[in-house]
Design a protein around this ligand. Sequence first.
Ligand code: AMP
Ligand code: FE
Ligand code: FE
Ligand code: ZN
Length: 284
Amino acid sequence: MAGVDLHLHSAASDGDCAPEDLARAARAAGLDLIALTDHDTVSGVPAARRAGEPWPVSIIAGCEFSVAADWGEMHLLAYYLPVADAELEAFLGSQRARRASRGQEIVRRLQGHGLEISDQDVRRAAGSGAVGRPHVAKALVERRLVRDIQEAFDRWLASGRPAYVPKELPALDEVVALVRAAGGVSSAAHLGERAQPDVLDRLKRSGVDAVEVVHPTHDLGLQRRIAERARRVGLLLSGGSDWHGDRRADEKRGALGSLVVPREWVEELHALHLARAAGREAAS
Ligand code: AMP
Ligand code: FE
Ligand code: FE
Ligand code: ZN
């Protein structure tokens, strides 16, 4: 039986794979149900779905939001989003505009350190995708200013390095409300050791629906502990490879097909989405 992966990126954000090539790659990796969860966009979903039909691979419309947390930045995955919702698009559009200007600020800092790199280099690396640090890293590699993506982060782009620019982050409550109003369900991504009972309890009370259990940064013991804690506070479970392209698979981002989750987890997320969507129908 084919597998389920609920955390994948495409070139609509900082992944390597064009959305239209995703389904074939997923099928070849033994997957038949995937969620496309690009950073701050659902724009890859229609093309991925169209191309997915013949394989067949079902594609859940998802997105990975960045939100403010006590400790800095938290990633919130959302599933079963509408792909043409005016309110959601307005929000995501503003997040992507912030990403673009942050990219320019990073470039200015790099230039300030004498590196010959331009906004245009980064725009070219990003293509039509939501701009992220991996695109700046790619531009630095192409300009031969660093050897590889990892060196770009280690020397310049990672938190605490000279060209690090933090994101301006929306509040968790704002994003949770947006996702719910759109009929979607949310899951707190790759919390690692931060997934302590008190944190999960607070997330649940903020209206978050699930927590990511399976992730390349979570070993099996941690996965088991997070799953137990989540069930205790009434959070559903999600997980996936956080694939950004097989060439970039490492200890933080898995290879395609390397991490799958039980089908029951998706069924519960889907049931919640259906209940929420039915509630919206009834209210409108
Ligand atoms: P951004 O959303 O622009 O802050 O970029 C975050 C993305 O950069 C993550 O989703 C990863 O794909 C990548 N990333 C973050 N930190 C590192 C790192 N230390 N080394 C390599 N890639 C990283
Ligand atoms: Fe990423
Ligand atoms: Fe993330
Ligand atoms: Zn991700």
